[in-house]
Design a binder for this molecule. Sequence first.
Ligand code: ATP
Ligand code: MG
Length: 246
Amino acid sequence: MQFGGLVAVNHFSIQLRPGELVGLIGPNGAGKTTVFNMITGTYAPTSGRTLWLGEEITRLPVHGITARGIARTFQNIRLFTDMTVLENVMVSLHHKLPVRFWEAMLGLPSYRREEARMLDRAMHFLQELGLAHLASEKAGGLPYGQQRRLEIARALATKPRLLLLDEPAAGMNPLETMELAELVREIRGRYNLTIFLIEHDMKFVMRLCERIKVLDYGITIAEGTPAEIQKHPEVIKAYLGDAQYA
Ligand SMILES: Nc1ncnc2c1ncn2[C@@H]1O[C@H](COP(=O)(O)OP(=O)(O)OP(=O)(O)O)[C@@H](O)[C@H]1O
Ligand SMILES: [Mg+2]
């Protein structure tokens, strides 16, 4: 992926196997979010391809990729801050509905039944993420950690097979971070997900991921198990220059 003269991600390649929990780490500006943006259709890569279950999805629009079962959360949280917690999840579910404008307009029973079912489903995802008691709060008023959980609830509501989490623990305290690690592991099992995540919290990554890839200036400098990554000389060198890990 090139931006003008900058090669943000160079010769990147990854294969995700069903059910895997894979981490993507690297210093600021390494190209991690750019990888997610390419997978999810936000950026069309300058060259290269993305294959999903045998189908090329490289240049599909974002909604086409969501519809195929790839969901994400954002490093810079993107909730509808003026809407309630529940409404934020409902919006994701609405995307799944065929458009039935007149049924909605006329308030037909079939539509009202559908609405009731969606409400149940939305509450179900809030429950999963421990947010049910906050259903009627404004999303923008939640503390950071809960906003990040709400983003996950919303992503789950699109019924993904692959979930991409961009710095899910950012802004969380150590306890919240460890609870989140547990939760991510649980939802992976419960929803048969494959999870690919970016995170700067090394304890979180090392505890959770089965396999880790390390980017530095757009280049893959290491990949392996947490144990292999922790003692990898290139990784230690890349991170030692970065105050946040010193
Ligand atoms: N739309 C864009 N236009 C121009 N440059 C971009 C764009 N998106 C990303 N970049 C550049 O690409 C490089 C990689 O950015 P990216 O956001 O992928 O890094 P990152 O690894 O996610 O960093 P961080 O840990 O800070 O989130 C950076 O130099 C960034 O400035
Ligand atoms: Mg990023």
